[in-house]
Design a protein around this ligand. Sequence first.
Ligand code: GAR
Length: 208
Amino acid sequence: MLNVVVLVSGGGTNLQAIIDAVESGVITNAKIAGVISNNKNAYALERAQKHGIRGLCISPKEYASREEFNEKFLEEVEKMNPDLIVLAGFLVVIPPAMIERYRNRIINIHPSLIPSFCGTGFYGLKVHEAALARGVKVVGATVHFVDEGTDTGPIILQKAVEVQQGDTPEVLQRRVMEQAEWKILPQAINLIANGKVTVENGKVNIAE
Ligand code: GAR
């Protein structure tokens, strides 16, 4: 049984998609061991509570230095004993020691088709604003392993979504979530939980 820890910062709709997928059996061989937020007001924490999942908040703002926070953060994650760490809209930079410790065991959902509209400064609504400003006709989402770069790790799954005439960033964001993020994130977790995903030379192989 894969022990999954989910890291969140905001609304937690991706967390909800994971919870629903575990409860309905779309994800097998996995359980959510806990949810960690850097923001005590994150609605994601309420979602966890409603489903009897342990939630805790740890914020860089409560520590004198980033080093101190990073150390405490890693400690809290380790206590939950994760086999897989899922970044579901988590907006804090992952400490290098955590990446090292959980190499190829941390995944992130990003709301674009990487390598478009990703990297430093591209998160949340900003991604969709940039896509509309560029006038692309197809957008989407990506699930990838987390390495030392920003959105540079091995890609696990991607799903494309069409831009429609008159889209606002908010409308596009919602469509990308509904049609791509809430599907491929649970799907990636299920593949990992069932031993289907391997990484070789920086690329992901998915077994049949
Ligand atoms: C999601 O769209 C996720 O892809 C994005 O933040 C949103 C969180 O929503 N993540 C990033 O931009 C990471 N670079 P949620 O809290 O409702 O899941």
